[in-house]
Design a protein around this ligand. Structure first.
Ligand SMILES: Cc1cc2nc3c(=O)[nH]c(=O)nc-3n(C[C@H](O)[C@H](O)[C@H](O)COP(=O)(O)O)c2cc1C
Length: 644
């Protein structure tokens, strides 16, 4: 029997028949059928959502005259040890890329297993759906690596890997169509009961993304105040996680499940002419205690589990089908079908008419990106939605948000701190707000409870050698994880020096944690100028000769995904000192709005470009930095698409 490591050969596999629909996506769900394994590796839950869709599609297929069924089973890559590869026939892998081209944290061991095993998977047919984002230089790297490795292990490819740019469902659906088409023609897949070894799976007692801990908010204090429209509102929150079983390491992030603004929920219910007490099926992604019940009232479901900011194209499609006003129908049709020009371009490149959900439909994407669910319902209001189910099936799942933890467990392992800039802005003449930051600021009161869990960030750590100097650049709320790092350095015996680069608009208004940092680093407060236009946060850890290694990380922080870059570069201590003596490292001090002429980070970088390239040259010569890393470095120094 070929099992992944840590799996007992003599385990008692209980193949209980489970019939509950909410349980069907769990690996413990098992019925007799033609077994198909779906392995998903996810950081933020999208791969799991796609896997559920695939599961449903595969479950619906009837094969042959006996109308037998496929029995898909979904296994999170973190639970890969329950897989008995010898028994598998078909394996579909849906995996995202995280960090700077690395597997999702929970999928690392699975990828490591695939890389190191030399077992033949000749008997397995497979296909990979790689999820990613073209804004990252290492687009879909993990999916590509997994695909290559499966092929090296002699598994046969059912259909070519598809690489998905963000949530491009047209690509996802095309891949699923091909998989379904292939499988529908396979009568040789054996019918069996399930044989997964579930004994090694995590129990539900440890809080996780699916089972968050209800932490008490014990402190909420403003770090900056809004005295004019231009000012930023930044808050510091402390959550009590005593007896939760949760632990973290500085560099990790806290996942927080927000609630929507109740007035937005009420407004939507009014437009739909529902009163909110109607019952619907509890969404499969609901956390406890809601997940324990079969149904939930519509108001609670929309408040806690559905995204009212991001629009699913299904909502436009539904409205297009049911609006009664001709003008609205025509507008929706135009929106969904877009101009002839882009259809032709799309047909030419993709040889398909499935353009409705494609990113190539930029007109549609622009419409969606600028609007929220309530805007769409207001724009096209001649509808009658018959059932709450009809409506919620067109909404996205409300995702947890991740905040870099701004406190060290060494200081207090029962209190988790986060630092958040409250998001409020105007778009299309309407006031808009960030869901979680306004939930924390406006709706969550001290002593209230809120669902939280830990999100590991294993690449983003202080160097293990305390003597190693550390340079941190974290403008604005980018300072959050560095506050935790600095708290740790404070507790170390003979710590190496810490260089902190911080940027903000005004010295007296938004210099976060000014007093604390002033205490810790009186001798090295290097204030960089404005951060607003900084695309990237660069973190330089200097390493001793002995530790010379290159580490690349991405950190979950509050910046939009494409701005989330943390890069570690190795620098030799002596070199660092020498560079400093030679003036290669100089201090740049500027607050963007404290003088009449604005000065930004990129202006300083541009001015220093020659110097910076010399520095990068030295780093590159010193370490074995590969071309991927050079791309990332180039990205840092071209914040305004300027080539330095
Ligand atoms: C911090 C972070 C780092 C990422 N790094 C990459 C990357 O290096 N390459 C890539 O193709 N996509 C990258 N992505 C995009 C994700 O792979 C993409 O959003 C995917 O749909 C997420 O799926 P998941 O929720 O299942 O993890 C990154 C996303 C985040 C938030």
């Amino acid at each position: 029997m070929l099992r992944s490591p840590n799996t007992s050969e003599s385990s008692n596999v209980t193949t209980q028949k489970t019939t509950g629909t909410s349980d069907k996506y769990k690996p413990s769900y098992t019925v007799e059928g033609r077994q198909i394994l779906i392995v998903y590796g996810t950081e933020y839950g999208f791969s799991e959502e796609v896997s559920r869709k695939l599961f449903d599609r595969l479950s619906d297929i009837e094969i042959g005259k006996d109308e037998s069924r496929f029995q898909p089973r979904m296994v999170n890559a973190k639970d890969y040890t329950c897989i008995d590869w010898e028994q598998e026939q078909i394996c579909l892998i849906i995996i995202s890329t995280s960090g700077d081209g690395v597997p999702p944290t929970d999928a690392r061991e699975f990828c490591e297993f695939l890389t190191t095993t030399d077992t033949s998977l000749k008997h397995i047919c497979y296909s990979v759906l790689a999820l990613g984002d073209t804004n990252y230089p290492q687009f879909c790297k993990t999916g590509k690596q997994v695909d290559q490795r499966m092929s090296e292990l002699l598994a046969s490819c059912i259909t070519d890997r598809s690489d998905v740019d963000m949530e491009d469902w047209s690509v996802i659906n095309r891949w699923m169509d091909k998989v379904v088409q292939y499988l529908s023609e396979q009568s040789s897949i054996e019918t069996r009961m399930d044989y997964l070894d579930l004994s090694s799976l995590d129990d539900d007692s440890i809080p996780s993304r699916h089972n968050p801990f209800m932490a008490v908010l014990k402190v909420k204090k403003p770090l900056t105040f809004q005295t004019s429209e231009d000012d930023k509102e930044t808050i510091h929150c402390e959550f009590d996680i005593t007896d939760s079983g949760l632990s973290w390491t500085s560099g990790d992030a806290l996942g927080i499940y927000p609630e929507n603004n109740p007035s937005h929920v009420e407004n939507i219910l009014k437009m739909l002419e529902f009163d909110g007490t109607e019952k619907i099926n509890t969404p499969v992604w609901a956390y406890k205690p809601y997940s324990d019940t079969g149904d939930i009232d519509l108001y609670t479901a929309i408040l806690k589990f559905y995204d009212l900011k991001c629009i699913k194209i299904d909502l436009l499609q539904l409205l297009c089908d049911i609006v009664t006003e001709e003008r609205e129908k025509t507008e929706l049709q135009q929106l969904l079908q877009q101009g002839v020009c882009s259809i032709i371009i799309y047909l030419y490149f993709y040889k398909t008419t499935d353009f409705k959900t494609s990113k190539s439909n930029s007109f549609l994407y622009e419409y969606i990106n600028e609007r929220e669910v309530r805007d769409v319902l207001e724009n096209f209001n001649s509808f009658v939605i018959k059932t709450p189910k009809q409506f919620v099936s067109c909404l996205k799942q409300l995702q947890p948000r991740y905040y870099s933890i701004s406190s060290s467990p060494i200081v207090d392992n029962n209190t988790v701190c986060v630092t958040a800039a409250v998001v409020r802005y105007k778009l299309l003449g309407q006031p808009r707000e960030g869901v979680t930051t306004t939930y924390l600021q406006d709706r969550l009161e001290v002593r209230d409870r809120c669902p939280v869990f830990m999100s590991r960030n294993p690449d983003f750590r202080l160097p293990s050698n305390n003597n190693v100097p550390v340079i941190l650049i974290g403008p604005g709320t980018g300072i959050a994880p560095f506050r935790a790092f600095i708290q740790e350095k404070e507790k170390q015996e003979n710590p190496g020096p810490v260089y902190l680069y911080f940027g903000c608009r005004h010295r007296n208004k938004d210099f976060l944690y000014k007093e604390e940092l002033g205490k810790v680093l009186p001798w090295k407060q290097l204030l960089l100028n404005d951060y607003e236009n900084a695309n990237t946060i660069l973190v330089v850890f200097s390493l001793t000769q002995r530790q010379n290694k290159t580490i690349h990380v991405s950190c979950k922080c509050t910046l939009p995904a494409w701005k989330r870059y943390f890069i570690l570069l190795p620098i030799n201590i002596q070199k660092l000192e020498k560079w400093e003596q030679n003036g290669l490292i100089s201090l740049k001090v500027a607050f963007s709005r404290d003088q009449s002429q604005k000065v930004y980070v990129q202006d300083l970088l541009l001015k220093d470009s020659k110097l910076l390239w010399q520095l990068i040259d030295q780093i590159l010569q010193y370490s074995s930095v590969n071309s991927m890393q050079i791309d990332s470095i180039l990205y840092i120094f071209t914040p305004k698409d300027n080539t330095v």
